[in-house]
Design a protein around this ligand. Structure first.
Ligand SMILES: [Zn+2]
Ligand SMILES: [Zn+2]
Ligand SMILES: [Zn+2]
Length: 109
């Protein structure tokens, strides 16, 4: 899988201050888990750019740079607010509701 240069790290971290968001606190799926690809893209033969994992139910979807933006669609359909990157070496998370990113989901208590 190729990846555009410069797109690797922290693109969604629009705010770096401490997160005032309650959604990460209830997140169950903090680990990257066993990821083979975007679950919906695999069904339809689609392609993805980066992979995100829902931290509420664990579903893997593709990022907004991907043609099908399944991670954002998953939020729209389910209301599951928080996801994390499952790209190698990345552990940042993002809350759709509050539009905040955190640098490392492992820091969640
Ligand atoms: Zn939130
Ligand atoms: Zn997808
Ligand atoms: Zn979910």
């Amino acid at each position: 899988m190729s990846e555009p240069s410069g797109a690797r790290r922290g693109r969604l971290l629009r705010r770096s201050r401490p997160v005032d968001c309650s959604h990460f606190a209830g997140a169950t799926f903090k680990e990257a888990g066993d990821v083979v690809g975007c679950e919906e893209c695999l069904k339809i033969g689609g392609e993805w750019v980066h992979l995100r994992r829902c931290m509420v139910c664990g579903k893997v979807g593709c990022c907004n740079d991907s043609p099908n933006t399944h991670a954002a669609k998953h939020y729209a359909e389910t209301g599951h607010a928080v996801m994390r990157s499952v790209e190698p070496g990345e552990a940042w998370g993002y809350c759709y509701v509050d539009d905040v990113g955190i640098a490392d989901v492992a820091s969640i208590r």
